[in-house]
Design a protein around this ligand. Structure first.
Ligand code: HEM
Ligand code: HEM
Length: 180
């Protein structure tokens, strides 16, 4: 039986579920985000923007649950044979992910407010506006959001590469302990 909580040797069910669900949604958000900004103005563009915003806000909600769960749980320690620089790099990337999973949705939400378009959450409720409509802020926040997303893409490439390297080259348990 897989443990619900993390243990010394592996990640538990809740952490694994949140990790893979959020990874899937975030990769989808990156693809949709990069695709939608080049669409011509029209219904299709609006529909993609709508999905992007709703799933982006879902990430903000899930990351709050994930952070709370992480604080009430242990994090399995890195294997002792892992070189120090890899340990430091892995922890730095994990912290960068948590920062980006909060900063991206918040800047996205702020772009919408600056554009004068409130964000609806799957038709259930409308989020309050952060700031009043302002073209200067819209452009600045769009640039920040874009560069944060580029940073996230770089972090995902490094993180994925490291996980696969550990699995296939070092043949340790790093990937297995995040898998059922
Ligand atoms: C983890 C969450 C998110 C990720 C990874 C993400 C990623 C992206 C990416 C890659 C782009 C394209 C950037 C470009 O090429 O200019 C983009 C654009 C955009 N995103 Fe997000 N986003 C997220 C959350 C959100 C949220 C929550 C909202 C709003 C509620 C939002 C609103 C927007 C808007 C309005 C644009 C278009 C900006 C423009 O027209 O220049 N995003 N996002
Ligand atoms: C959007 C994509 C992803 C994000 C945001 C993400 C984020 C994270 C974070 C924050 C952790 C640390 C967990 C914690 O201690 O709280 C983690 C761990 C991990 N991730 Fe990802 N991840 C993503 C995609 C992937 C992919 C595609 C793979 C596999 C190829 C992967 C493999 C792993 C593994 C193996 C660990 C455990 C590392 C360890 O044992 O310390 N992740 N991920």
């Amino acid at each position: 039986m897989l443990p619900i909580k993390n243990t010394l040797g592996r990640y538990g069910l809740v952490t694994m579920f949140l990790h893979w669900l959020m990874a899937l949604i975030i990769i989808g958000l990156l693809i949709v985000g990069l695709y939608m900004v080049d669409l011509p103005f029209g219904m299709k563009r609006l529909r993609f923007y709508g999905w992007h915003k709703e799933f982006g806000i879902l990430i903000l909600m899930l990351v709050c649950i994930r952070l709370a769960w992480r604080m009430g749980n242990m994090t399995p320690p890195m294997p002792v044979e892992m070189p120090r620089w890899q340990h430091v790099a892995a922890v730095a990337v994990h912290y960068a992910f948590y920062f980006l999973m909060v900063a991206l949705p918040i800047t996205g939400w702020m772009i919408s407010s600056a554009s004068g378009l409130s964000v609806s959450f799957f038709g259930l409720f409308v989020l309050p506006d952060f700031i009043t409509p302002n073209e200067h802020w819209r452009i600045l926040l769009s640039q920040i959001h874009k560069w944060l997303a580029y940073g996230l893409i770089a972090a995902i490439c490094g993180h994925m590469g490291a996980a696969l390297l550990h699995h296939f080259y070092y043949k340790d348990d790093i990937l297995r302990r995040m898998l059922p």
